[in-house]
Design a protein around this ligand. Structure first.
Ligand SMILES: Cc1cc2nc3c(=O)[nH]c(=O)nc-3n(C[C@H](O)[C@H](O)[C@H](O)COP(=O)(O)OP(=O)(O)OC[C@H]3O[C@@H](n4cnc5c(N)ncnc54)[C@H](O)[C@@H]3O)c2cc1C
Length: 244
């Protein structure tokens, strides 16, 4: 991604780095010392683009979905899958340390919670969980809407946020339901299951994030279950799936 003309960069500091299962880390960020604001403004579901000083004079721009909630989390964080052969993620894994200042484009993106009062149904696969974790926390913290999250990943110990999501479900028993599907032992999600989940809810707005084939299957199944296209939101950022 190249830097859009006219958009000023902001400076963010790495507050801390948290390991999330295998090959995934969360980078907690805050305004750099001297910034005018004490918080980085963003909406749940948006992404942040970091300008990473990979090499001596060739910074790269890499976008990462925000995994935190602007209402319930004190700081913004992005969650990044390790990518040893790539440049940006590899740089973050090897060079980023707490206290380091980075340049970024301000958070942006349209994959945000709609204004309605309808139920919220979230379908995530692999690292597609990042913006949906943000939306899930936001819907619970800032609305009275029912939330159901269907989350597919290869194995429980390799995918991020499972324990935090289980805690969230316990804390919001009347409003949240978490369905985990471990594809390594249970196989991939199928259209019939998607339709069952959709029809069990009250005219939900549906958010889908994962690999392209997963997104296409879920969207087709939601449409087949009778939901109109306007009730379906996808994030087509092309993020890499968690494959292990
Ligand atoms: C809106 C948006 C949101 C995103 N959210 C997230 C997120 O939440 N978390 C996340 O981890 N990622 C996310 N991504 C993806 C992220 O921006 C990066 O694309 C990803 O981390 C890979 O970037 P990289 O610089 O590490 O790899 P790159 O250097 O871009 O390389 C990509 C792939 O190409 C291969 N490659 C590179 N150079 C060569 C070569 N010369 N020959 C052969 N193969 C090569 C690499 O091995 C790697 O597999 C998002 C992307 C977008 C657009």
């Amino acid at each position: 991604m190249s830097r859009p003309a006219g958009v000023p960069l902001v400076h963010v500091s790495v507050n801390r780095i948290v390991a999330e299962g295998k090959d995934v880390k969360t980078f907690v960020l805050e305004p750099a010392p001297g910034s005018a604001s004490r918080r980085i403004a963003y909406r749940a579901g948006q992404f942040l683009t970091l300008r990473l000083p990979v090499g001596t004079d060739t910074p790269v721009m890499r976008s990462y979905s925000i995994s935190t909630c602007p209402v319930s989390d004190p700081r913004l964080a992005v969650t990044v899958k390790d990518n040893p052969g790539g440049s940006g993620a590899n740089w973050l894994y090897e060079k980023a340390v707490p206290g380091m200042t980075l340049e970024a484009l301000p958070p942006t993106g349209q994959f945000t919670l709609d204004e309605s009062e309808s139920d919220v149904l979230l379908f995530a696969a692999g690292l597609g969980i990042t913006p949906l974790y943000s939306l899930c926390k936001y819907a619970l913290a800032a609305s009275g809407r029912k939330v159901r999250l269907h989350y597919s990943g290869r194995r429980r110990d390799t995918i991020p946020f499972v324990d935090a999501l289980a805690d969230l479900e316990r804390a919001h028993q009347a409003r949240m339901r978490l369905d985990l599907r471990m594809t390594g032992s249970e196989g991939r999600l199928d259209a019939a299951t998607v339709q069952d989940v959709v029809t069990a809810m009250n005219s939900p707005t549906v958010y889908v994030c994962g690999p392209p084939a997963y997104q296409a299957m879920v969207v087709d199944a939601v449409l087949a279950a009778g939901r109109p296209p306007a009730s379906i939101r996808t994030d087509s950022s092309g993020r890499p799936p968690l494959t292990r």
